[in-house]
Design a protein around this ligand. Structure first.
Ligand SMILES: Cc1ncc(COP(=O)(O)O)c(C=O)c1O
Length: 384
């Protein structure tokens, strides 16, 4: 690609995805090789062993850095492996501030694993920057954010929090899984690193697990490359290839997710059996203004309140076009129950504190014909 700045969709299709020099293949090959032949001791073509580096992985890392506007990225075996790598850059005694309603697996890692290694965590409602300021300590090294949060769809002001954290010498890490780089660019807003579960929108086809950390500094990428080599939680060449293929359609998929998401949110907001809808694209969302300022679309993640576990189960048993399943961001509409699925690990008391009820249902609106999704929800909600 030339050095001229290019649009998002062009970068998605071409950055790191240049034709393969040996054959001209337009798709990046899956380099299924654990090792690489060496001409003599210490002389090789830049690759020695695939835990350390792999040509397919290199291409994906170039691509994802270009999409998030970072200097480099490093990919891992899952979103959780990527988050674990970021926190492995810290030292015992370091303090982390984290949003109070992150994806449930993240506090599970923090509270049940990393506390045993001398890291401390404070959870705050990051929708108000003052809560972050108040929680900053001398040893705070990292502020870990999700916006919108999973599943309550609360936003935080990335610019404000980055400014406050940087003044204090803490780095800001944003889990941008829900919006994808297409709708939200945290680095432009001040973030130091961006993580994704690539399992979701970046891959987009619900067929592979992965995670990425996008860096703004070469030193961060060097540390993460060292962690790939030492700890080995790297993404396989096949999974890398799935994402390289998936991101080619990210722009068009996100546009369609967003169009369908808005229609489903409006439908749910008017439905008599639905008590509340959580979607930043609705004008009554408390942070609708911030959503319009910080994101270029609203995406397709929506949560809504059915009133009780029994009601949630009644409707979830009936869905046919929507699939009752964990995860999100695939082309197919996935519907889930946060209290027993993504946020089971948070515990009943933890869920009560942050407002995740037993009647809450989360939907990741896919790119099917929206009339079919609406008709499916209509017949399922009739069961309540
Ligand atoms: C926002 C968010 N971050 C991280 C993860 C973890 O990613 P993975 O399942 O790829 O480990 C998830 C998984 O659902 C998620 O929703």
């Amino acid at each position: 690609m030339s050095n001229k700045p290019t649009g998002f969709a062009t970068r998605a299709i071409h950055a790191g995805q240049e034709p393969e020099p040996a054959t001209g293949a337009v798709n990046v090959p899956i380099y299924a090789s654990s090792t690489y032949v060496q001409e003599e001791i210490g002389k090789n073509k830049g690759y020695e062993y695939s835990r350390v580096s792999n040509p397919t992985r290199d291409r994906l890392e170039t691509n994802l850095a270009a999409l998030e506007g970072g200097v480099a990225s490093k990919v891992f075996a899952s979103g959780m492996a990527a988050i674990n790598a970021v926190t492995s850059m810290l030292k015992s005694g370091d303090h982390v501030i984290a949003g109070h309603n992150l994806y449930g697996g993240t506090p599970r890692l923090f509270n049940q694993v990393l506390v045993n290694f001398g890291l401390t965590f404070t959870y705050v409602d990051t929708s108000n920057v003052k809560n972050v300021s108040r929680a900053l300590q001398k040893n705070t090294r990292l502020v870990f954010l999700e916006t919108p949060t999973n599943p309550l769809m609360e936003l935080c002001d990335l610019r404000e929090i980055s400014d406050v954290s940087h003044r204090h010498g803490a780095d800001v890490v944003v889990d941008n899984t829900f919006m994808s780089p297409y709708f939200q660019q945290p680095i432009e807003l001040g973030a130091d690193m961006v993580v994704h579960s690539t399992t979701k929108f970046l891959n987009g086809h619900s067929d592979g697990l992965g995670g990425v950390v996008v860096c703004t500094k070469v030193e961060q990428a060097d540390k993460l490359a060292f962690l790939q080599k030492c700890a080995g939680a790297i993404m396989s060449p096949f999974e890398c290839w799935l994402i390289l293929r998936g991101v080619k359609t990210l722009a068009v998929r996100m546009e369609q997710h967003d169009r369908n998401g808005r229609k489903v949110a409006e439908y749910l907001a008017k439905h008599k059996k639905v008590q509340k809808v959580f979607y930043p694209g609705l004008s009554d969302h408390p942070q609708h203004k911030l959503a319009k300022k910080q994101m270029t679309g609203f995406g397709s993640m929506i949560s809504f309140e059915t009133g009780s576990l029994a009601n949630a189960n009644k409707m979830l048993r009936k869905v046919r076009v929507c699939s009752l399943a964990e995860s999100l961001g695939g082309v197919e509409t996935l519907i889930s129950h946060p209290a027993t699925m993504t946020h089971a690990a948070v515990g009943a008391e933890g869920r009560r504190k942050i407002g995740i009820t037993d009647g809450m249902v989360r939907i990741s609106v896919g790119i099917e014909d929206v009339e079919d999704i609406l008709a499916d929800l209509d017949q399922a909600l009739a069961a309540i």
